[in-house]
Ligand binder design. Sequence first.
Ligand SMILES: C[S@@+](CC[C@H](N)C(=O)[O-])C[C@H]1O[C@@H](n2cnc3c(N)ncnc32)[C@H](O)[C@@H]1O
Length: 198
Amino acid sequence: MKRKTDFYTHKAKTQGYPARSVYKLQEILLKYKLLKKGDRVLDLGAAPGSFSQYLLERLKGTGWVCGVDISPEISVPKRFPNFSFLQGDIFSASVLTWIMSKQRFDLVVSDAAPATTGNRFVDTQKSLEIAERVLVIAQTVLKEHGMLIVKLFQGGEEQLLMREMKTCFKRVKGFKPKASRRESFETYYIGFDFLNKS
Ligand SMILES: C[S@@+](CC[C@H](N)C(=O)[O-])C[C@H]1O[C@@H](n2cnc3c(N)ncnc32)[C@H](O)[C@@H]1O
């Protein structure tokens, strides 16, 4: 277990990413071919910034990435002009207003996670609340046929999220990337082909 942790942390350090979680996003994007040049991406729970950095590298100067995190500790290199960041809580109305002031997005990714307490019931419940908020934001700002990748701690009422996602995406899949720590109960839900009913 420790060897795996060290492997991805070391790899992230060598490749210049601030967090090992970048390899989870990389695996999902490559497996499902979810990103194309020119895409506009919203990254919720973006700090310290490895998802955003990777997305910007893949976009090669095209498109745009907007990051939001309650923490100001974002370290996306200055060489990417097509990146904007807002420090704020995704539950706040002002954050939603800021996101809505941007053009619509092709892809919403969320790695947002609560600070864990060690109590699995409490942690999964908080994670579900975050994921449901992410879904509301995605429903508000995704383009038709857009995609959503949202992290959720399993062991609670994840079927609720799945059911809600199925009402607005053509297809929904759960996926646990190899880079997720074996002991972690996180998984990612992917919504394909947003059906914009508004
Ligand atoms: C696992 S980290 C994200 C790592 C990031 N994807 C990366 O690759 O660098 C989870 C993040 O979710 C953020 N977060 C948790 N709850 C949030 C909320 N309500 N609003 C905004 N950000 C939140 C935390 O501050 C934390 O930075």
